[in-house]
Design a protein around this ligand. Structure first.
Ligand SMILES: *Cc1c(COP(=O)(O)O)cnc(C)c1O
Length: 393
């Protein structure tokens, strides 16, 4: 039942493995670490990669294959590899493609663990990273050196919800012969398909909106088949592969991605509009609010605004902490993209080890609050935020 002209939702639902003799409707879970060979010749040909078949679940498994096939269709990619987490995807993708002496140009605001990898670990192998300011895209090319191999970015960014012009990145990557890698975790392929704008590889933490129910960790890289082959060979050797169970959960999750995202985005826009008119809020950042500095770019490259809203509470660090303490419905948790609304205060938690200047360089002010808007009845979410914003002095 496969057809390349199917729509996004149909691909997410109907891209599946062939049925077994039991004619099951829903794809079963293949909990097996290895697969058997018919005879010595079959084994030889399989290891020689003359056959496209499963050998060992560190290499591939029917459930991880189903998950990869679905995400490839949804992102418009020709190949992919599934990982145990988003960070395994980020690390293995870069480690497979880079060598000592290579250089990365990255957007200044990237996921915290990615940032630590760039500044604390890659330099050990003589791989340096330069950061461009998201608000000064005209300076990107000035960071490119003859050793630059990778252009890396996230959009929307975490936690400040800045937007980077993917078309511009695609043009720069092409002109300088760089591999453009986009972390598309905040948007998902339903809202944004970076390959359309020139990305060679798209990485995801499937832990977030792809699962969307806070259950499993997972990651995936999809894109250009030749690059994916290099990533596959590195990964089947080093072992960051996704477990069949998590792949099975994630494949089912993808079937409801579009419908979940529609509601996530609708709720997030309502939350953003509520916050924007609140007297105790200084500034709200949501890609589909007209006041967002990169609103036009968001309109060009995103279908909807996503589920993350960032805002600046009046009163700085102290006010941010008090606000979190007063929340009754919303959860305090490091995850995002869950059915449950989650609120974080980066300056006192994830980014507390940075100095004020370092935080400001990545748009994290002391009063910045990040809301991952969930799927609860939106009036209940807004009522909780409202009572927590209320100041009785
Ligand atoms: C969470 C996240 C990651 C890391 O994913 P894990 O599944 O937690 O390893 C990478 N990039 C972004 C943008 C994220 O939000």
């Amino acid at each position: 039942m496969e057809n390349d002209n199917f729509g996004f939702e149909t691909s997410a639902i109907r891209t599946q493995l062939e049925r077994t003799q039991y004619l099951e409707h829903s794809v079963p879970l293949y909990l097996t670490s290895s697969f058997v060979f018919e005879d010595a010749e079959d084994m030889r040909a399989s290891f020689a990669e003359e056959k496209d078949r499963n050998i060992y679940s560190r290499y591939s498994n029917p459930n991880t294959n189903e998950f990869v096939d679905k995400v490839c269709k949804m992102e418009g990619a020709s190949a992919g590899f599934a990982f145990a987490s988003g960070m395994a995807a980020v690390y293995s993708t870069l480690a497979a493609l880079l060598k000592s002496g290579d250089h990365i140009v990255s957007s200044s605001s990237v996921f915290g663990a990615t940032h630590s990898l760039f500044i604390n670990y890659f330099p050990k192998w003589n791989i340096e990273t330069s950061y461009f300011d998201i608000n000064k895209p005209e300076t990107i090319e000035s960071f490119i050196t003859p050793n630059t191999k990778i252009l890396f970015a996230e959009s929307p960014t975490n936690p400040a919800v800045d937007i980077i012009d993917l078309e511009l990145l695609g043009t720069i990557a092409k002109k300088h012969n760089l591999i453009l890698v986009i972390d598309n975790c905040f948007a998902t392929p339903y809202l944004q398909q970076p390959i359309k704008w020139g990305a060679h590889l798209v990485v995801h933490s499937a832990t977030k909106l792809m699962d969307g129910q806070g259950r499993v960790l997972g990651g995936i890289t999809v894109g250009d088949a030749e690059l994916i082959q290099k990533i596959y060979l590195f990964s089947r050797l080093t072992g960051p592969s996704l477990s069949p169970f998590n792949a099975w959960v994630l494949s089912k999750s993808l079937e409801t991605l579009a419908i979940r995202l529609d509601r996530h985005c609708e709720n997030a826009l309502k939350v953003a509009e509520f916050l924007e008119q609140h007297p105790n809020v200084n500034r709200v950042k949501y890609p589909f609010l007209k006041s967002h500095p990169q609103y036009e770019i968001a309109q060009k490259q995103m279908k909807l605004g996503g589920n993350i809203v960032a805002f600046e509470i009046k009163g700085g660090l102290e006010a941010g902490r008090n606000f979190l303490d007063k929340l009754k419905l919303c959860s305090l948790s490091p995850n995002l993209g869950d059915t449950r609304t989650i609120v974080t205060h980066p300056a006192s938690t994830t980014h507390s080890k940075l100095s004020v200047e370092e935080r400001l360089a990545v748009s994290i002010t002391d009063g910045l609050v990040r809301v991952s808007v969930g799927l609860e009845t939106v009036k209940d979410v807004i009522a909780d935020l409202e009572q927590a914003l209320y100041k009785d002095f």
